[in-house]
Write a protein that binds this ligand. Structure first.
Ligand SMILES: [Zn+2]
Length: 277
């Protein structure tokens, strides 16, 4: 049954219903690797989803696949919500970045994964390496398979919906730098946590970066030199976005304003902002 989910060598995608950011309704649970493998982003809450994963896990043995851990790309619930339950049910350890562990104090993290750690291996011995890509979340990791030029991308990009860089736990400057770092790997394929696998990887990464930079310029252009409440900027900076999405847009805009402040273009006083140069 596992073959039905195969995307490329050593990569299987199993979308399961998870409470996530609309319009997405699923989180892709990936089996990554062969000789050594991990199950990425255990998050689906339903017992029926756990039963499906249990059946697939049993099937991995028929394929000579050795799943050795549950791997978290980051701490958000739609990536980690079922980790405790599945850790208990499958007897698999949980692996994540140290910053993810910090943000999930109630979850036992058995191994702290660092940038460039090998976390899985295909049958030919080619490694899947973790790459630290902070920005959407401080402990965000992607998995890079150089042999097939595939990145398991977590929430760095989305095949459905958008990626929110939330001011509470995200950092726009880091996110932009991480998109660039991923592009430097020259991937062909991005396997995101939500939606379909994306095959024009470089074009997607470039589009995401340019889209954010264009939005940031709109925010800066809208920002006056007098102290202003952030929400006043929304019509000018996000006028092309449906009003229903404005609450999310406001959070995204705050991340842009914080980045503009880091760059010396904006200044903050409480809930108000002004342009500096
Ligand atoms: Zn997330």
């Amino acid at each position: 049954m596992l073959e039905a989910f195969c995307e490329s060598a050593g990569l299987w995608r199993v979308p399961l219903p998870t409470p996530t950011l609309p319009p997405a309704t699923m989180t892709n649970h990936y089996f990554v690797g062969e000789r050594q493998a991990v199950l990425v982003d255990p998050s689906a809450p339903a017992q029926s989803s756990h039963d499906k994963l249990a059946a697939l896990l049993a099937d991995t043995q028929n394929h000579g696949i050795a799943v050795q851990a549950l791997f978290l790309t980051h701490h958000h619930r739609d990536h980690s919500g079922a980790a405790a339950d599945l850790r208990a049910r499958f007897g698999l350890p949980v692996w994540a970045h140290a910053r993810t562990a910090e943000l999930l104090p109630d979850l036992a993290i058995d191994r702290r994964i660092e940038d460039q750690d090998i976390v899985a291996e295909n049958a030919d011995g080619s490694p899947w390496r973790a790459v630290h890509t902070p920005g959407h979340a401080p402990g965000h990791l992607v998995l890079w398979h150089a042999r097939t030029s595939v990145i398991v991308a977590g929430d760095m990009v989305a095949g459905e919906g958008t990626i929110l860089v939330d001011p509470s736990d995200g950092n726009m400057g880091d996110y932009l730098a991480s998109l660039e770092a991923m592009a430097h790997l020259q991937p062909h394929t991005l396997a995101p946590a939500h939606g379909q696998v994306l095959h024009e990887a470089l074009a997607v990464l470039t589009h995401y970066r340019l889209h954010r930079l264009a939005r940031e310029k709109k925010v800066l252009d809208a920002l006056p030199r007098t102290w202003t409440d952030a929400d006043v900027l929304l019509p000018a900076a996000y006028g092309d976005v449906s009003r229903m999405a404005w609450p999310i847009a406001l959070r995204s805009m705050q991340s842009h304003l914080m980045h503009l402040a880091e760059l010396g273009h904006a200044e903050r006083k409480g809930a108000q902002w002004r342009r500096l140069n």
